[in-house]
Design a protein around this ligand. Sequence first.
Ligand code: ZN
Length: 152
Amino acid sequence: MALERLDDLYRDAILEHRRNPRNANKLEDFNTTGNAVNPFCGDEIHLQLKQDGQGRVIAVGLQGEGCSINQASGSMLTEAIRGKNPQEIRVLTDHVRKMMQGDPEAESLLGSEGDLPNLVGVREYPVRIKCALLPWSALDDALSNTSESSGN
Ligand code: ZN
C-alpha cells in the first residue's frame, strides 16, 4: 500500500510517529518483555514494560522494524498505555482491535486516547490492519509474561 493513499489527516499522524517514535529506547530496567513478528512485511516489535507494585505501567520501551504503520502504531501504543494497569490495558487493546474491525463504539471510546484514533485510516487497507495491530500483540505477549499479584 502506498501511504499517500491514506487521508491526509491519518497519514500525517502516522508519518509523524514514524519519524519521531516515542519511547523507542530499550529499557534496561523492566518487569516484562513482549515480542511479535509479521513475516508478511518484515514487521517486528520488541517491547519492555516497567510496572509499579500495582502493575501500572511507569515506563515503556518499544523498538519497531518494518513498515511505517507498524512502527507508528507502536509509538502511539507507548503513549496510550503509560499509567494504565493490566486490566485497563486489556480494555484499551480490545477497543483498538474492535476499532480496526470497524466498531464505531470502540472508535468513539478511543477518542480521548491521544493519536490512536488516527489508526482508523488504515481500515481502508485490510492487509495493513495486521501491521497496525502487531504492536498490540507484543503487548499481549508482555502482559501474559507477567505474574499479576494484584489480581483483576
Ligand atoms: Zn507492516
